[in-house]
Design a protein around this ligand. Structure first.
Ligand code: CUK
Ligand code: CUA
Ligand code: CA
Length: 638
């Protein structure tokens, strides 16, 4: 084969990128040697077309005062929050603190937020670090319904729920006996009850196998992972499934019958060489109705202190398809990502260490559970080469899939039906439609409404793990590069780069009409609210002191309040202002207290008045021409 300039460019680029990405992992070189998939050379022309397509770039530049047409919910990574973006502009509008304290809101400072976050017996926060990866929202009729979103904390195995009426985190649940809680996905309807066409469960994948129970007795042969189901309303853990291998990402079917997780460590290795020793790993399917029937029938055990029912989903216990709770479909080498196509027919897993995408037909998996399909792996209807390091897949509304290629630093657009034809033997079926270079090493990508029935094929965002030369240098820590791509045409067009603080992983993008955020709280929703400023004051009960106060621009209802050294103080502040956007803050110098109260919100803090003196408590949120004068004195008598 004659080497073209484009080939050379692709090869050079691949070499440049891979030395960085593969450093120290010698074993991976084998995968880097595999030939590029069909159409690799198309990347050069794709970039050229991006440049020619100048008009589309304007979509990201909104005029002053113009609003975005889509919301994006982004995971915040190590910052433990959820970020809200407006798209197509890519502007960050909001951060919703969840797992980690936040100094603007006073998250982790107020009693209300501490209750959500979880405290130790001494009242301090149980955890102050987190690592969020995946964010997904509740469904009705196969599309987002604007009620809730969920986000995971991988470090401490917690799941947080966000109310999309106020854009706040209202519940956090610890998953028992789980480490490395990774994938998360809400169900889309009930598998049995026809009338329930909305999300009632959220599935959570446990990535790291640990001894169960994890009591300090080290026996490598007994390490196991659990797949958990959390109730969408109560946020309680409904049940768990003991599995072989591990869980990574999670996907759910539109009929509610199946949930699945990709597995990269079917070897159950504890070192990476072991984890990548097998040629194939798996996509593990759960028959949701059967799991719940088994729990109902009492066929479960519990682990350690946890009361959560755990059913047996291991291969040995699920050999008979007609009673099996689980099905292990094989997928090439250390797959990453499992995504449900918007037509409801397929789950797609990416090979990661294999250059392939695997398309699994869900009706065939159900046939296997019914005893109608002899070989489970014949549920695989396509396994095609996509490029090096395939990770995650998104969809448009025209039967196309978009997969990130971590090692090739590209997004590949491919047609699922054509891939199936190619896999069946029609070697003329050209399934790769386009390739686009991205900057650089992409992880997740997602398209507008991608994993819903309302996929609209308009925009695609790509979370690039390395930004290298794309932004002004700011020292050794580079931002990530979230790139925004127009996918409405045949060819993908790169529209914009956006620096983000590390490290977002997953995100969803949906039309703004889907949510109806409230801009003012309801006073009655807060049991501690002080509704009349006249009820303000200090109430003493021995050492326990309650301070009630209200705020109305530009004043707090108390001009000063007196405490005694050693008092155990609870200060309750209600913002009686009703004007949209009129937030007040409340800071107490030297007491490590600062929080905000939004219109009609009540928040409280508790502290020991251990430092005598006069302390100017002041409003930290610019609210009025007399904002600087908006103060009160806390006088602690020694
Ligand atoms: S994982 Cu980060 S790029 Cu946690 Cu969804 Cu794939
Ligand atoms: Cu109230 Cu500033
Ligand atoms: Ca493996």
């Amino acid at each position: 084969k004659k080497t073209t300039a484009a080939d050379a460019r692709v090869a050079g680029r691949r070499q440049f990128l891979n030395t960085a990405a593969l450093v120290g992992i010698g074993g991976l070189a084998a995968c880097g040697d595999k030939p590029a998939s069909a159409g690799a050379a198309a990347s050069a022309s794709a970039s050229a077309s991006a440049a020619a397509h100048g008009g589309a770039a304007n979509a990201t530049h909104l005029k002053p005062g113009e609003l975005d047409t889509y919301y994006g919910l982004w995971s915040g990574g190590h910052t433990g929050d959820m970020r809200v973006l407006g798209l197509p502009s890519g502007r960050e509008i909001h951060r919703i603190p969840c797992f980690v304290p936040d100094a603007l809101v006073g998250w982790g400072i107020t009693n209300e937020s501490k209750k959500v976050m979880g405290t130790k017996p001494d009242g301090s926060l149980k955890y102050t670090v987190a690592d969020t990866h995946h964010t997904h929202a509740s469904y009705t009729d196969g599309n987002y319904d604007g009620r809730y979103a969920w986000i995971n904390d991988k470090i401490n195995a917690r799941i947080a729920r966000i109310r999309l009426d106020y854009f706040i985190c209202d519940k956090i649940t610890d998953l028992p006996n789980v480490q490395g809680f990774h994938g998360i996905f809400p169900d889309k309807r009930d598998p049995v009850d026809e009338k329930i066409n909305h999300t009632t469960r959220v599935f959570c994948g446990g990535e790291f196998a640990i001894p169960l129970p994890n009591t300090g007795t080290e026996d490598g042969s007994k390490y196991r992972a659990l797949f958990s189901c959390v109730d969408a309303e109560s946020m309680e853990v409904r049940w768990q499934v003991l599995i072989d291998g591990n869980c990574d990402l999670v996907a759910t079917s539109y009929d509610g019958k199946l949930a699945a997780t990709n597995q990269y460590n079917t070897e159950m290795g504890v070192h990476y060489e072991d984890m990548m020793s097998a040629e194939r790993d798996a996509c593990l399917f759960f028959n949701v109705a059967r799991v719940e029937a088994a729990v109902k029938a009492g066929k479960f055990k519990t682990i350690g202190d946890s009361k959560v029912p755990v059913v047996d989903g291991t291969q040995a216990a699920n050999k008979d398809p007609k009673t099996a709770l689980t099905a292990y479909v094989s997928v090439p080498k250390n797959p990453h990502g499992v995504n449900a196509s918007p037509d409801g027919k397929y789950f797609i897993c990416s090979g990661k260490l294999s250059p392939t995408g695997t398309v699994i037909e869900l009706s065939r998996v159900l046939d296997w559970f019914d005893g109608k399909l002899e070989k489970l792996d014949s549920a695989i209807v396509a396994e095609v080469e996509l490029g090096l390091g395939p990770l995650h897949t998104a969809f448009d509304d025209r039967g196309n899939a978009f997969t990130t290629l971590f090692l090739d630093s590209q997004v590949v657009k491919w047609n699922v039906d054509a891939a199936i034809k190619f896999h069946k033997g029609d070697k003329t079926a050209k399934y790769v439609i386009d390739r686009l270079d991205v900057q650089y090493q992409p992880g997740h990508l997602n398209a507008s409404h991608s994993e819903t029935k309302a996929a609209d094929g308009k925009y695609l965002a790509v979370g690039c793990k390395f930004s290298k030369d794309r932004f002004l240098p700011v020292g050794p820590l580079h931002p990530e590069n979230e790139q925004f791509i127009d996918i409405s045409g045949e060819k993908m067009v790169l529209l914009a780069d956006h620096p983000v603080r590390g490290e977002p992983h997953d995100f969803i993008i949906f039309k703004r009409e889907l949510v109806h955020p409230k801009q003012i709280y309801a006073l009655d929703d807060f049991p501690l609210a002080t509704k009349d400023p006249k009820d303000s004051g200090v109430v003493r009960n021995g050492k326990k002191v309650t301070v009630r106060m209200t705020s109305q621009a530009p004043a707090f209802s108390l001009r000063e309040f007196k405490l005694k050294k050693g008092d155990e103080v609870t200060l309750i502040l209600t913002n009686l202002d009703k004007v949209e956007d009129l937030t007040h803050g409340f800071a107490i110098p030297k007491y490590n207290v600062n929080f905000i109260v939004n219109p009609q919100e009540t928040a409280s803090v508790s502290f020991i008045a251990d430092k005598p003196g006069v302390f100017w408590c002041y409003c930290t949120h610019f609210c009025h021409a007399l904002h600087l004068e908006m103060r009160t004195r806390m006088i602690v008598e020694g």
